[in-house]
Write a protein that binds this ligand. Structure first.
Ligand SMILES: *[C@@H]1O[C@H](CO)[C@@H](O)[C@H](O)[C@H]1NC(C)=O
Ligand SMILES: *[C@@H]1O[C@H](CO)[C@@H](O)[C@H](O)[C@H]1NC(C)=O
Ligand SMILES: *[C@@H]1O[C@H](CO)[C@@H](O)[C@H](O)[C@H]1NC(C)=O
Ligand SMILES: *[C@@H]1O[C@H](CO)[C@@H](O)[C@H](O)[C@H]1NC(C)=O
Ligand SMILES: *[C@@H]1O[C@H](CO)[C@@H](O)[C@H](O)[C@H]1NC(C)=O
Ligand SMILES: *[C@@H]1O[C@H](CO)[C@@H](O)[C@H](O)[C@H]1NC(C)=O
Ligand SMILES: *[C@@H]1O[C@H](CO)[C@@H](O)[C@H](O)[C@H]1NC(C)=O
Length: 660
């Protein structure tokens, strides 16, 4: 973040002389308790944001998997020293689900031969970083394997390790190794190779499968997440994590929905997943990995369960729905059942005896969209009501959520909640400031982002190439509207959250990445600030909205009084003076005021290619004056948070969880 303390000084100088300040007085009682969860995100494996993204595995196509739509291929693999690579389906495969393996035949009787992998558009190689790898082999070989990382451009080796062969012809044997490069690679154009000495392979070839390489992972989790991406997510202070994504849950057909049972246990027992984004997924990033990641970031899960609708419009008839209801109940039991329960014991056997907390279960994803109108009709007629009844019968405390909102034309039956998705232009997000003021059913904003410039709308209309400042301010206005209704709004999730720059062409995400770089967008900065100051209670305040939009409240854990605001299109682009008083805040009270402003051009972005951050952050301590008011002014297209809690009490974990 850029701290620009000097900006504030001039802002205050002019504030003093302004007579027409917006006067906001905040009462000390009469607001509503919030659920404290407000901010989070949706992640799914869209265009290699899971495999090749958040999931830290470096090897592309590590197990030559097959799924309904995709055959096994040699994608990502190349021969070293003219070895002949071919796919084989052996009579004794590595496992029931990993049936294809890589045969590596040597064209000569001596010398090193083998194969190398491109990674996901390269591999980030750093000195002194410990990479952990493994591979399975079958065949006669006495000698050593060499595992190495090298430049694909110059051939320079950055690190290598010898692995003594345990391989035999009659069964598959796993080999593990650690590899610590001795130097940094100058770029990400690197490959991972395994070679062996042809003279030790008596039958002329060896079979390989499940070739894996991980860098150190976030919190050191086995089969875990990529550190730099996970940190950029953690720094957003998220409290909600919607899994396993949206469309991915539904699958292309009702034979290929995201079946959580396929994502558990040893990697060699996980079949591939056809996916819905045009490529095959490994299922390496499975339910347990998502849950552990939620635990590591202190997020609560919003669990999407398959509800009998797939993207091609396959709909499960009423008399067959019980199978999927039971499956959802099994999944809930897996997550929060005691270790003595059927599925809780499976969780315990996978190393997590303690149940997770699970309060939110969402039925399907965007049921108003696929198979319209029958998809939505059957959802309202029997699919949602049956899931709602069964889940609440077994778990009365779970908030069951409909995958559509009241605005999709569903008067959601109690005690259900709704889910509203909004991908829009900033003007729309601003116009929707009061959208939930009079909606009685609770809602989650399960997906949201500004994606279109003003004037360009429709899902297929022109989108911005990256999140941009004006769009981010538009998001802030809607977010403030949601916080004003935080007694009924469960929270809002940015979606989709991360984007692999090597594969996405158009859509907007809060974070972009390549093999060795992570970029925080303009929206990232806004969501970070909004989430860093959670309200436990809203407070009634003078309401006079536009061009200044705001919410006021307090946090019981920190004792802070909080004001969050956004300015969108002020008159002639002038600063907006504010005079803010809290009934229960005495004169001379100190508060921290944080203001984010953007570039001159509202369409300015944080471009991952230049790495320039256009968001300016200013922080300043100000005091309430003799009348008990805080006076300051906010620039056009800015967002701001004022918080009276002492900075030491405001540490994120304490503010949310009340721990000390
Ligand atoms: C290095 O990798 C990047 C990303 O995959 C690619 O765009 C570029 O062409 C590569 N450069 C060379 C010299 O191979
Ligand atoms: C390495 O070079 C080969 C041949 O040019 C290319 O196909 C492959 O994509 C490159 N891999 C990486 C990681 O740069
Ligand atoms: C799957 O979809 C087909 C075609 O829409 C439908 O006939 C069948 O009943 C569905 N099966 C299940 C289990 O939902
Ligand atoms: C995924 O990437 C492909 C190109 O690789 C692109 O055509 C497509 O639009 C992308 N899909 C999404 C959802 O971004
Ligand atoms: C508290 O909730 C009620 C009912 O939803 C609403 O009418 C009122 O405006 C809310 N008050 C505040 C300060 O948010
Ligand atoms: C400020 O607001 C005006 C509308 O009054 C808008 O047209 C303009 O683009 C905004 N200026 C900046 C610098 O963002
Ligand atoms: C705000 O200003 C921008 C830039 O001038 C313009 O595109 C947009 O329509 C304006 N919106 C409103 C609600 O005034």
């Amino acid at each position: 973040m850029h701290l620009k303390l000097s900006v504030l000084a001039s802002t205050f100088a002019c504030a003093a002389s302004l007579a027409s300040a917006i006067d906001i007085s905040v009462k000390s009682t009469g607001g509503n308790a919030t659920n404290g969860h407000q901010y989070g995100f949706l992640h799914e494996d869209i265009n290699n944001s899971g495999d090749g993204g958040l999931y830290a595995e470096l090897i592309r196509n590590r197990a030559f998997q097959i799924s309904e739509r995709f055959p096994a291929t040699l994608d990502g693999w190349h021969s070293v020293n003219d070895a002949k690579l071919s796919l084989k389906t052996l009579s004794e495969p590595l496992s029931d689900v990993l049936v294809t393996s890589l045969n590596v035949a040597s064209p000569k009787e001596q010398g090193q031969v083998g194969f190398q992998n491109d990674g996901y558009w390269g591999i980030d190689v750093k000195a002194r970083r410990k990479y952990t790898g493994s591979f399975w082999v079958k065949g006669t070989y006495s000698g050593q394997f060499t595992a190495s990382l090298q430049s694909n451009i110059t051939g320079q080796t950055f690190g290598s390790v010898k692995v003594k062969s345990q391989s035999t012809p009659d069964k598959w044997t796993e080999h593990s190794f650690e590899l610590t490069p001795s130097r940094d690679a100058p770029n990400s154009n690197n490959t991972f190779a395994i070679t062996f000495d042809a003279s030790g392979a008596k039958e002329g070839s060896l079979d390989f499968n499940l070739i894996s390489l991980f860098p150190p992972t976030f919190k050191g989790r086995k089969n875990g997440m990529r550190v730099d991406i996970a940190e950029a997510l953690e720094q957003l202070h998220p409290t909600l994590f919607r899994i396993p994504g949206g469309n991915m849950l539904e699958g292309l057909t009702n034979r290929t929905w995201w079946d959580w049972k396929n994502t558990l246990g040893p990697l060699k027992d996980r079949p591939a997943f056809t996916g819905v984004w045009g490529y095959q997924q490994t299922n390496g990033l499975g339910l347990l990995e998502y849950l552990e990641f939620a635990e590591d970031l202190g997020m609560e899960i919003v669990l999407g369960v398959y509800d009998g609708l797939s993207l091609n419009g396959d709909i499960t008839p009423k008399d067959q729905l019980q199978f999927f209801i039971d499956d959802a109940l099994d999944q809930i039991e897996f997550i929060r059942g005691p270790a003595s329960s059927k599925w809780g014991s499976v969780r315990a056997s996978l190393g997590h005896p303690e149940p997770w907390k699970l309060e939110y279960v969402e039925i399907g994803n965007e049921d108003w969209l696929a198979g319209a109108p029958k998809g939505w009709d059957t959802f309202k007629e029997y699919r949602f009501p049956l899931f709602l009844e069964a889940i609440n019968k077994a778990y009365p405390d779970i908030q069951v959520i409909s995958s559509g909102s009241v605005y999709d034309g569903y008067d959601i039956p109690a005690p259900g909640a709704g889910d509203y998705h909004v991908y829009a232009e900033p003007d729309t997000l601003v116009a929707e400031f009061s959208k939930f003021d009079n909606v009685k059913q609770p809602h989650i904003i399960g997906e949201m982002a500004a994606i279109h410039p003003n004037g360009g709308s429709g899902w297929d209309g022109p989108q911005q190439p990256f999140p941009w400042w004006g769009g981010a301010v538009g998001e802030a206005v809607s977010l403030i509207g949601y916080e004003r209704n935080a007694d009924r709004i469960i929270g809002a999730a940015y979606a989709p959250i991360i984007r692999n720059m090597n594969r996405w062409q158009w859509a907007i995400t809060a974070i972009q990445f390549t093999a060795d770089k992570v970029t925080r967008s303009t929206s990232w900065y806004i969501w970070e600030l909004m989430a860093a100051h959670p309200l436990t209670e809203t407070l009634p305040a003078t309401s006079q909205f536009g061009p200044l939009y705001y919410v006021a409240g307090k946090n019981d854990k920190t004792g802070g009084h909080i004001f969050k605001a956004a300015v969108y299109n002020s008159t002639d682009g002038a600063d907006v003076p504010v005079k803010l008083s809290f009934e229960s805040v005495e004169q001379g009270t100190a508060a921290e005021l944080t203001i984010l402003t953007g570039p001159k051009d509202p369409y300015g972005s944080n471009d991952p290619f230049t790495g320039v951050n256009v968001v300016k952050t200013s922080k300043k301590t100000i005091r309430s004056d003799k009348t008990g008011s805080f006076q300051f002014s906010l620039p056009n297209l800015s967002i701001a948070v004022l918080d009276t809690s002492p900075p030491t009490s405001r540490r994120w974990n304490r503010a949310v969880r009340g721990s000390s």
